[in-house]
Write a protein that binds this ligand. Structure first.
Ligand code: F6P
Length: 323
């Protein structure tokens, strides 16, 4: 293996830069020339591919976002787009590719792999944590910490005004961010897409909070919850409890930015290093994760979302502690 390309794709996640750095530095350690592919699959199709130096990845481990930039690329969904990507891989003589991204990235990689035989490994980079085959994805821990910092502040104002806050967090159609952040902020209720939401049960919970003289109440809603987003939930609660002084906060893209946490920097560094080692060991068509603190390999087809389940113990914990 003489040349390896690396790209980031899909929604950016804190720690992606740390992963790129680890790929690049491990390449040089093994006398391999790394290439940066800009804007994910788009750069692969358009030939936006450039050799990287070790210096190019200095001073980026602590930065959020991705210096290789990211995109969600429609052209890669077409056979012609994938053919162009293949042509560029050949043109630049790349012997292997490291793709850092989420579900969409690996679905694309899986299709590409079935058409063209190019060594391809993936690293889980998404704040959503919705990939099977890894306990944590790069960016999830930082996003959790961002949510916690924001909701702690909301709690101060909620307490001062005896208010109910309905806070919406990201996660597309998964509830991982909602569940863990909800436990960490002591939320009175957590609504996730993985379990059916019943507004009457939520109202009963809130009323028992009022009876217990709670000064403030926080409901964390995952953006993909079946009851709708935070505004929808607030509306429905209002129908049952018109006297509640309630407010809605949508945390939005603040959750995707910021300097990666120690957990994410170390996870990304381990995975970036393991990606190059895996290519050198002739592994392909796999996502690399960490399970029980060990590096693991899983076929792209198994990694994609809806396989990963919310931890039942954490769901129960949230229920017990919010009582
Ligand atoms: O997958 C990461 C994520 O932030 C999801 O949590 C969210 O639903 C989505 O991306 C938002 O995507 P975009 O930035 O393209 O609006």
């Amino acid at each position: 293996m003489k040349k390896i390309g690396v790209f980031t794709s899909g929604g950016d996640a804190p720690g992606m830069n740390a992963a790129i750095r680890a790929v690049v530095r491990t390449c040089f350690y093994n006398n391999i020339q790394p290439y940066g592919i800009y804007e994910g699959y788009k750069g692969l199709i358009e030939g936006d591919i450039h050799p990287l130096t070790s210096k190019d990845v200095s001073n980026i481990i602590q930065r959020g976002g991705t210096f290789l930039k990211s995109a969600r690329c429609k052209e890669f969904h077409t056979k012609e787009g994938r053919q162009e990507a293949y042509n560029n891989i050949k043109k630049y003589e790349l012997d292997g590719i490291v793709a850092i991204g989420g579900d969409g990235t690996f679905t694309g990689a899986k299709i590409f792999n079935s058409e063209f035989s190019i060594p391809f490994v993936g690293l889980p980079g998404t704040i959503d944590n919705d990939l099977f085959g890894t306990d944590y994805t790069i960016g999830y821990d930082t996003a959790l910490n961002t949510v916690i910092e924001a909701v702690d502040k909301i709690r101060d104002t909620a307490n001062s005004h005896n208010r109910l806050f309905i806070v919406e967090v990201m996660g597309r159609d998964a509830g991982f961010i909602a569940l863990r952040s909800g436990i960490a902020v002591g939320a009175e209720a957590i609504l996730v897409p993985e379990t059916q939401t019943y507004i009457n049960e939520l109202v009963t919970k809130l009323e028992s909070g009022t009876k217990n003289h709670k000064n403030s109440m926080i409901v964390i809603v995952a953006e993909g919850d079946d009851a709708g987003g935070a505004y929808k939930v607030a509306e429905k609660v209002k129908e049952h409890c018109p006297n509640y002084d309630s407010r809605v906060t949508i945390l939005g893209h603040i959750q995707r930015g910021g300097s990666p946490s120690a957990m994410d920097r170390v996870l990304a560094s381990r995975l970036g290093n393991a990606a190059v080692d895996a290519l050198l060991a002739n592994k392909t068509n796999i996502m690399i994760g960490v399970v029980n603190n060990e590096i693991t390999y899983i076929p792209f087809s198994k990694a994609t979302k809806h396989h990963q389940k919310l931890n039942a113990d954490l769901l129960k914990l949230a229920e017990v502690l919010s009582f």
